[in-house]
Design a protein around this ligand. Sequence first.
Ligand code: SF4
Length: 65
Amino acid sequence: MPQSVDELKTRAEQAELSDVSTDQSVCGNCRFYAEMVEGIGYCSHRAVDMVVGEPWWCKFWAAKD
Ligand code: SF4
């Protein structure tokens, strides 16, 4: 079933998703990020679960193993 914009907005807010990062922690080097095309990937964290940008950040960031 398609995700509604309201659902996505709620998850983005709860994750404190931001299109900028204040340090070296970005979606592009997070364990949950899977690149789709250059600069754009999919976040598989269950609390996010949406398309994100490589330079973005959220509070669930975690280093790769
Ligand atoms: S968990 Fe957060 S930092 Fe990591 S890819 Fe998803 S949105 Fe980006």
